[in-house]
Write a protein that binds this ligand. Structure first.
Ligand code: ACM
Length: 528
């Protein structure tokens, strides 16, 4: 027996196999066992899929065709091809996204209890495959894998700049490869309205375009001198949703209210608090917010939400709710009268009252509201007045809180009150921040469940999001530069949980080679 082991050891050492070999996979699986050295695939692959796994099979087919061309596989050699079996196995546990992957010289097995799990097994297989010229090799390996968090999102802000369908589809492919399962689409904000709403055509005729944009930072007087804009038709959005669903990605639309609404108000002046005509802002400013005291404005919001809810199959609608300009609310006679009518204490109290009504409206349509953590009515902005935040209303309990700013105490309090929370703390998850402020390592060290949160509340933290705000990234190449490689850190935190940073970096260097091959623009020197 000892002699056999010795021979195996010598043999494996000879062909370069060692147990501490870098395994090219991100996020790292929950359990991974190396069962032998890499082996070469000489005759291509075949696929066999159980009926329940057919959806996942379609994501494998183009790749297998490509691999087969590479290995020169022909029908004559069919008996020698490496079989890939996609097996429906309802016993594997750990939720619908779990999978098991076994790679042996005799064949590959991917097991899942749903096509989502099977799809993720395929994503892992794709990453593990090493191509060297015409040679394809794979490690002999056994993986048992499932996500730590159900919510793993990437937010793209297209209000500030419009990047278009082709870029979004390519980005969805990359997110799926990293097992990110939510695409949070920030479609409306001050500088642009990007979604066709049939009942209000001015939103995209006027609100989707701006004459210019600020460059050089918030205080800068410099302008790019280039008008720009664009929007998605409802047909294009349907196509993107369909594409994403095949990648196990749910699209959550964000329609900002009551603040960050200048583009809508530029389209229809009667929506605003100030009641005056404005233009879509060219600099990083919010010029006005919806006048939530007017029935016709509430009707407008309902009409927009009707179309949004019909379009997006997601059960979750993000309503923004951040950074409302309470200065102008506090001075407004309409708001004063509204506070009196509903016995409310402050602008923040008014916002909760409004937000709860929206929550009810969405709930009646079978949807659940999500919003940035300002909707809880806490003052999280240093410059705000404390008197604007005297609240007695309570936010609807089924709300999903998107936590982006505030101390640990605030998120803990929200969890204790029973809210579901996605943790996107800006200092460690905002991709618009530069690499000096938020280097890769700082993102990787983010803990979605704050330390000290009692075990019984930890389940309220349903996941983590990475946010790509785009005021300073006019082209999709700029967006790639900020997104990659840091998105991989958030992906691994969301799927695997915390890990060893040095090990992550060694895997990321290999994954990054694939991004380079595809022409993705990113700072390779930041993988350190
Ligand atoms: C935010 O960054 N204003 C949510």
């Amino acid at each position: 027996m000892k002699l056999v082991s010795l021979i195996v050891m010598l043999l494996t050492a000879h062909i370069g196999y060692s147990s501490d070999q870098v395994i090219k996979v991100i996020p790292y699986p929950q359990q991974l066992k190396i069962a032998g050295p890499y082996f070469t695939v000489n005759n291509g692959f075949s696929i066999k899929a159980d009926q329940q796994m057919r959806d996942a099979q379609f994501s494998l087919e183009p790749m297998v065709r490509e691999w087969n061309t590479l290995t020169g596989s022909t029908l004559k050699k069919r008996s020698k091809v490496l079989p890939i079996q996609l097996i429906y196995d309802k016993t594997i546990g750990n939720g619908p996204e779990a999978y098991q992957l076994s790679i042996k010289k005799a064949g590959i097995e991917i097991r899942g209890s749903s096509s989502a799990g099977c799809f993720y097994g395929i994503q892992t297989l794709k990453q593990l495959l090493t191509k060297n010229g015409n040679t394809i090799s794979l490690p002999q390996i056994k993986i048992i894998d499932y996500p730590k968090f159900a919510w793993r999102s990437y937010m793209l802000d297209e209000s500030r700049y419009f990047y278009g369908k082709d870029f979004v589809l390519r980005m969805l492919d990359e997110l799926a490869a990293l097992k990110i399962n939510k695409f949070h689409w920030h479609l409306t904000d001050d500088p642009g309205w990007r979604i066709e709403i049939k009942k209000y055509p001015e939103l995209t005729r006027v609100g989707a375009y701006r004459k210019d944009s600020q460059i050089g930072g918030r205080k800068s007087e410099k302008r790019a001198g280039i008008p720009h804009g664009g929007f998605y038709t409802q047909d294009q959005i349907r196509e993107i949703i369909q594409y994403a669903s095949k990648l196990n990605i749910e699209i959550i639309p964000e329609i900002e209210m009551p603040g960050h609404s200048s583009a809508a108000i530029a389209s229809y002046a009667w929506l605003g608090m100030k009641g005056k005509k404005i233009e879509v802002p060219v600099d990083f400013k919010s010029l006005d917010s919806y006048n939530i005291t007017k029935p016709e404005v509430i009707q407008f919001i309902h009409d927009v939400l009707d179309e949004v809810c019909n379009l997006f199959p997601s059960k979750i609608i993000h309503i923004g709710g951040d950074e409302v300009q309470f200065d102008s609310w506090a001075e407004s006679a309409d708001i004063q009268a509204y506070m009196k009518q509903y016995n409310l204490n402050s602008p923040a109290d008014c916002q909760i009252h409004f937000t709860n009504a929206i929550s009810n409206y969405l709930a009646a349509k079978g949807k659940r509201m999500m919003g940035w953590n300002e909707i809880l009515g806490k003052n999280i902005h240093e410059s705000a007045k404390a008197s604007d935040f005297v609240v007695k209303s309570t936010l609807a309990e089924e709300t999903i809180i998107h936590f982006w700013k505030g101390d640990v105490g605030l998120i803990t309090e929200a969890a204790q009150k029973g809210y579901s929370i996605v943790n996107s703390l800006h200092t460690q998850t905002y991709l618009d921040y530069n690499y000096k402020t938020t280097p890769l390592k700082k993102m990787y060290q983010f803990m979605p469940v704050p330390s000290g949160l009692e075990a019984k509340y930890q389940k309220n933290i349903i996941g983590v999001g990475a946010q790509m705000w785009t005021e300073w990234t006019p082209t999709y190449k700029d967006v790639e530069y900020k997104t990659f490689p840091r998105i991989a850190a958030i992906a691994e935190i969301g799927w695997t949980g915390s890990g060893d940073y040095e090990d992550f970096v060694s895997r990321l260097k290999l994954i990054g080679e694939g991004w380079i091959e595809k022409g993705i623009n990113f700072p390779t020197e930041e993988i350190k």
